[in-house]
Write a protein that binds this ligand. Structure first.
Ligand code: FUB
Length: 399
């Protein structure tokens, strides 16, 4: 019989170490919130390009005693799985714009005509009628830059029908036509842009949406346009919907409640690999607060009628996107879609939803072995050769 001594010295530590191994494996399956802990990040903008999730953030540099924003540059991060993030550092700063004096407030990056356009709010060196902010744009061939400022700002305090605080740009490309939204202190505006992305194409219009404060963001799901924004100060996040980018907007409700340690609540909403995400900032890092914020991410979920459920904020963040090297053999069946079914967060669960299959659509496993033949629309449980295979990285399949 095993002695008491041996049990305590060998068996118990062994069992405990197994528990911890399991715990750390599970911990790695979530992004954690806040996402970045070495600097204070704010005003997130999310962009998906080439199976990669890019996050563009502002950078709070205020000391713990300061009571204004101190922001000089914008940073870029990227991930393929929502858990392993690459920090690409500062890619643009306010003073890159020859006409700007500083204050790197919220920015927004969008892709158009094969280029990446980074719209930013910064203070103008000379033009000041209201608060002196202006919206300019820099351009690059890749989300990571290098970004080149494109000349004069698109919006200044002198722009007809602009507002007191011209900040928080958000650009949405609607059927090939770019629209610039922006706004703060209760005023929201929109204007069509020319295809060159650097000039206005028409007059600035007022956007009417209930309880707007700042930080507009447009996304679309199905045929519905969603306009989300910070509401009140301190801010919650609310949203309205429309069947047109030009409105009218119908108020729908609150997405995110007040934050405990940050007066602003600046959101981005985006779909990535079949999951919807709500990106925002809080003051949750040690020493954090209204002028020392940190970007977080949580799941965004819809009700069946398309309304958005209130976000449940978490400290664990979002689960890793587990991808496999499952291959879909495309023959003549071009109209096939296979997506990961975001049904649960179990570590090894490989359910695929197959839409519009051909008469016999084969799926291959990691080793290239025909694993299953799909004949009709539905949910398929795809079992990789081993669980480890299922956790290895590979291309996400969506056709
Ligand atoms: O970060 C400076 C300003 O605070 C942003 O432009 C607003 O959206 C708010 O988050």
């Amino acid at each position: 019989m095993m002695g008491k001594h041996l049990f305590g010295k060998v068996v118990v530590p062994f069992i405990l170490s197994l528990c911890f191994m399991n715990l750390s494996a599970q911990e790695k399956m979530y992004s954690g919130n806040p996402l970045f802990k070495d600097i204070f990040t704010a005003d997130p903008c999310a962009l998906v390009h080439s199976d990669t999730f890019y996050l563009f953030t502002g950078h709070d540099e205020q000391t713990s005693f300061g009571n204004t924003f101190l922001m000089r540059d914008w940073h870029v991060y990227s991930t393929a799985d929502m858990v392993n993030w690459t920090d690409h550092g500062a890619k643009l700063k306010a003073t890159d714009f020859s006409w700007a004096s500083g204050n790197a407030f919220a920015g927004h990056v969008t892709e158009h005509n094969g280029k990446f356009w980074w719209y930013v709010s910064v203070t103008h060196k000379h033009i000041r009628v209201g608060e002196g902010f202006a919206i300019g744009v820099a351009v690059a061939d890749h989300p990571l830059g290098p970004y080149e400022p494109t000349g004069e700002p698109l919006i200044t305090d002198n722009t007809l029908n602009s507002i007191t605080l011209n900040i928080d740009p958000a650009v949405y490309i609607d059927n090939g036509i770019p629209w610039l939204f922006w706004g703060s202190w209760g005023d929201a505006r929109m204007v069509k842009l020319k295809n060159n992305m650097t000039e206005l194409d028409g007059s600035v219009k007022t956007v009417n949406t209930r309880d707007f404060f700042e930080a507009p963001w447009i996304h679309k799901k199905g045929d519905v346009y969603y306009l989300s924004y910070a509401s009140g100060y301190p801010s919650t996040t609310k949203y309205s919907t429309s069947n047109s980018i030009e409105g009218p907007w119908t108020y729908q409700g609150i997405i995110n409640d007040l934050l405990p340690n940050s007066e602003t609540n600046h959101q981005a909403i985006i779909e990535f690999k079949g999951n919807w995400y709500f990106v925002y900032h809080n003051g949750g890092l040690d020493g954090g607060g209204t002028y020392r914020r940190s970007v977080c991410i949580d799941k965004l979920e819809y009700n069946i009628d398309g309304t958005i459920k209130k976000v449940i904020r978490t400290s664990k963040g979002v689960p890793a996107i587990i991808t496999t090297n499952v291959k879909l053999q495309i023959g003549t069946e071009n109209n096939i879609e296979i997506t990961r079914q975001p049904l649960s967060e179990r570590m090894v669960k490989l359910d695929y939803y197959v839409k519009n299959p051909g008469p016999t659509t084969p799926i291959y496993n990691l080793l290239g072995i025909r694993n299953k033949t799909v004949k009709s629309t539905g949910l398929y449980i795809f079992t990789p050769k081993t669980e480890a295979d299922g956790l290895s990285k590979g291309a996400f399949i969506k056709r």
